[in-house]
Design a binder for this molecule. Structure first.
Ligand SMILES: [Zn+2]
Length: 233
């Protein structure tokens, strides 16, 4: 079993997965989380230079926040989908989304106005590694792509774990494991069905604690029927 650490905050997880010559970092918090990340790395005895790869699950400010800085400081290689080029260069979250709970509407409009919650330093991915070439196959890491939270949600399997970004969430105001932001709910519920059919025990999500994959099953129907609210009407 590969060792997994979490250098994230109470809001966003930044997992480290051990590989033979260092670590793979999964997602990079909000832009202002970088000092916390550096302190957490130091506390756990993780040298920045031992981070060989950074996997970006999707382009949101709470996942790509300090991506550019950590890539430069660690000298790590980025693994992200080529399709994310435009979004990563834009430096802002896609706003054409639905919210899983109408109650979140006001909070999201306010956070959208506060750019530090929904923008990040643009990243040029011309040097990035395409996960679909399975660059970490020898380490037992298999990448796959789901859809729905964003256009492309990059996930991977290692041992009995599935790292799934924000395809589902556990906490942070989420109900029934629903992500707060959803670009395409039909695609999202289809993604959940795909996860349930996969051979793995645990879901490692971007927000909240890892949980047994089987717990998702009873919420698929609810998610399909969930009443969503458009962020910008
Ligand atoms: Zn997200």
């Amino acid at each position: 079993m590969k060792r997994v650490l979490n250098l994230g905050t109470i809001c966003v997880n930044s997992y480290l997965v051990e590989i033979s010559d260092g670590w793979v970092l999964v997602d990079t918090g909000y832009p202002f989380d970088y000092p916390h990340f550096l302190r957490a790395a130091k506390k756990k005895g993780v040298e920045l230079s031992s981070i060989r790869y950074v996997v970006l699950t999707h382009v949101h400010a709470d996942h790509a926040g300090f991506l550019k800085r950590v890539l430069e400081d660690a000298g790590a290689k980025l693994i992200c989908l080529p399709a994310e080029k435009e979004r990563l260069l834009s430096g802002v979250n896609e706003k054409d989304v639905y919210l899983s709970r109408p109650i979140l509407y006001l909070i999201n409009r306010i956070s959208a106005a506060l750019s530090r919650f929904q923008s990040f330093e643009p990243v040029d991915i011309s040097e990035a590694i395409d996960p679909e070439t399975q660059p970490l196959r020898d380490e037992g890491i298999t990448f796959f792509v789901l859809h729905g939270h964003t256009d492309n949600d990059l996930c991977f399997k290692v041992d009995d774990k599935l790292f799934v970004g924000d395809i589902c969430m556990n906490g942070m105001g989420s109900v029934g494991y629903s992500p707060l932001w959803i670009e395409d709910n039909a695609a999202l519920t289809e993604s959940w069905k795909q996860l349930l059919a996969m051979d793995a025990e645990f879901l490692y999500v971007g927000h909240g604690k890892p949980f047994p994959k089987r717990d998702l099953a009873e919420f698929v129907k609810k998610q399909e029927n969930r009443k969503l609210c458009k962020l910008y009407k």
